[in-house]
Ligand binder design. Structure first.
Ligand SMILES: [Zn+2]
Ligand SMILES: [Zn+2]
Length: 154
């Protein structure tokens, strides 16, 4: 099935109108097979303005077709939700490579259940493990992880 047809079905099932922007954003995330940031999507999806892409991501997230994780570099990365995880607000850890900026879902693992104050409304939770990914670690050009606590002043 072509990606765009598949995206339309996913969108309809999630109760979203399959607009061309939503279809294109969803297809890009499906095809990428990895996380994409808003900036990467803007570069990929020529002809769609940044605000439209941002709104699409927001709707896709609300419909739980995608989830997002913020790296320690403060960049939000978006992932397509695997079919069996739709409806789950991201209960798995992620790994961020400090060398290439790539992030991967560790969706075969669970984040521990955390008790929150009574009456609190949970919007999501995240556990980010960071370091150097296997391909950067094996690359001779890989640089050591950036020093922490430097340049972090606001
Ligand atoms: Zn890497
Ligand atoms: Zn994930």
């Amino acid at each position: 099935m072509p990606q765009s047809a598949e995206s339309s079905i996913l969108l309809r099932e999630a109760g979203l109108r399959p607009t061309s922007a939503r279809r294109r954003v969803l297809s890009s995330l499906q095809t990428a097979g990895r996380s994409l940031s808003h900036r990467e999507l803007v570069d990929l999806l020529r002809g769609l303005d940044r605000v439209t892409i941002f709104r699409s991501l927001k709707n896709l997230k609300k419909a739980r077709l995608v989830h997002s994780v913020q790296g320690i570099d403060r960049t939000l990365r978006y992932f397509i939700n695997p079919a069996e995880k739709r409806g789950c607000p991201g209960g798995h850890p992620h790994f961020l490579c400090l060398a290439c900026g790539g992030m991967s879902c560790l969706s075969d693992q669970q984040i521990a259940i955390v008790r929150v104050p009574r009456g609190a409304e949970v919007r999501g939770k995240q556990l980010l493990v960071y370091g150097v990914c296997p391909s950067c670690a094996s690359s001779k050009r890989a640089r050591p992880a950036p020093r922490t606590n430097r340049g972090e002043t606001k």
